[in-house]
Ligand binder design. Structure first.
Ligand code: ADP
Length: 439
């Protein structure tokens, strides 16, 4: 038993013993003497409670009252707890102060929002970027201060994995990138960055590539024309046959590259267009692509086709043609002679529509997979070039699919083959009316 409790029981025992002694000396009813002894110990507890209450009321700074027994322990424990709490509070206040000072110094806007998206704090950069004012805007829902349909949709979606771009409410022609970071219990950190300069640089790069490609097109056409003419000209000595043929191949390669660059910059620049009025007849489209691919494969690779004739798609036909043909031609390019390629168009069990190209070609090592949709990324540049690849095919596929709310999945095993699938959401699928006829 702890000393404090022992003292307490000894004190009680002393008074009960005293009551017994008095009863022996003076006689009378023992019960009365016992009651007096218990009342005295009870009075001590009431007095200590009064001291505790007085001390708590006086504030935390003062020293605790001095006492002994269990009450001494109670005062001591409580005092220690208070000191620990005060220290922790001080530390927390310092962390918050430091956090606020650092975020206040940040050039990016930082806002703290509560569960109802009301602003509870913001730094000075937010004043500049969003035109907020302290007294007026604290406690206001951020959606009523930053009015932009894209931002509204972003907040309502609850998907804060990526930032959203919105027009600046304070500076005309400026663009802000807004990102929400959930933290704690139903709290949000809102980060706002002015990305106008980056966007201008990106636009400049895009325009430069588009203009350069455009300018290269005409001279290439002229060169190609002359080379064709020279190759057919009887007067040209035979010794030139080889070099002329090589020049034609390189000219065609450059023309393909320029066309791919132009297509990519168009996909990047134009906003996603409205889907064609009629659903895209994917089975017909795939058959056309496969016929071209078979012509290129020269019967050295088998292409199997498995198409759901009744399944169409809400989309843009020429963009889908470009994406699908890139995948089919890649399968031909990276499959050796005698290889098998399977092209499928079907509705999956989850309602999505899938266009898949499976080959048993050279495959891709897993470490390359995250990068193959980047422009000019090639696993084996010499094979790609020798097969007429531009290094832009999968970048085009990725952009086309983004414009169709869709995604590309890739599974591959070196030496075993690859499977590239375009996954279209269920809301984009359409039934084709002349299904029987087409079949
Ligand atoms: P490229 O014009 O070089 O084919 P892509 O952007 O179409 O460019 O593809 C990028 C790279 O991905 C290719 O260079 C190739 O290494 C790899 N790749 C694409 N498709 C396949 C495939 N079906 N099998 C193996 N590798 C592939």
């Amino acid at each position: 038993m702890r000393t404090a409790w022992l003292t307490e029981f000894l004190f009680l025992g002393l008074w009960v013993g005293l009551a017994g002694l008095v009863w022996l000396l003076f006689g009378g009813a023992f019960g009365w003497w016992l009651a007096v002894a218990l009342a005295i110990t009870g009075l001590r507890h009431i007095r200590q409670m009064q001291r505790l209450e007085g001390w708590l009321r006086s504030g935390r700074q003062s020293q605790p009252p001095q006492s002994w027994g269990v009450w001494g322990e109670v005062f001591e424990h409580y005092y220690r707890l208070q000191r620990r709490y005060a220290k922790r509070k001080k530390r927390l206040a310092r962390v918050i102060r430091e956090f606020r000072e650092s975020t206040a110094a940040m050039p990016d806007g930082t806002l703290v929002l509560d569960a109802d998206w009301r602003i509870t704090w913001f730094n000075s950069a937010s004043v500049r970027l969003l035109g907020l004012a302290g007294n007026r805007d604290l406690g206001q829902p951020v959606t009523s201060l930053l009015r932009a349909p894209a931002f509204d949709a972003y907040m309502r979606s609850g998907d804060f994995g990526r930032p959203v771009d919105v027009a600046s409410p304070t500076q005309l022609g400026h663009t802000l990138s807004v990102r929400i970071v959930p933290y704690g219990r139903g709290q949000y950190l809102m980060l706002v960055r002015d990305i106008t300069r980056i966007q201008r640089l990106q636009n400049m790069r895009r325009d430069f590539v588009a203009n350069a490609s455009h300018e290269l097109r005409s001279p290439l056409t002229v060169l190609g024309g002359y080379l064709e003419h020279l190759a057919e000209d009887e007067a040209v000595p035979e010794i030139w046959d080889g070099p002329l043929q090589e020049m034609q191949v390189q000219c065609t390669r450059m023309a393909t590259l320029v066309n791919d660059l132009l297509e990519l910059s168009r996909l990047e620049t134009d906003s996603p267009g409205e889907p064609d009025e009629q659903p895209v007849p994917v089975p017909d489209l795939v058959r056309r692509i496969v016929a071209d691919a078979e012509a290129q494969a020269g019967g050295e690779r088998t292409i199997e086709v498995d198409l759901d004739e009744s399944l169409g798609l809400a989309g843009i036909e020429n963009e889908l043609y470009s994406a699908f043909s890139n995948l089919v031609f890649n399968a031909v390019r990276y499959t050796d002679r005698g290889g098998r390629i399977r092209v499928r168009w079907y509705r999956d069990r989850d309602g999505t529509a899938r266009f898949c190209v499976v080959d048993d070609g050279i495959g891709i090592d897993a470490r390359h997979l995250p990068f193959i949709t980047q422009r000019f990324y090639r696993v084996d540049p010499s094979r790609s070039r020798s097969q007429g690849g531009t290094g832009l095919g999968l970048a085009i596929v990725k952009h086309v699919l983004q414009r169709h709310d869709s995604r590309l999945t890739v599974e591959s095993e070196p030496g075993e083959g690859s499977e590239f699938c375009c996954v279209f959401p269920a809301h984009r699928t359409r039934g084709l009316i002349d299904a029987e006829g087409a079949a």
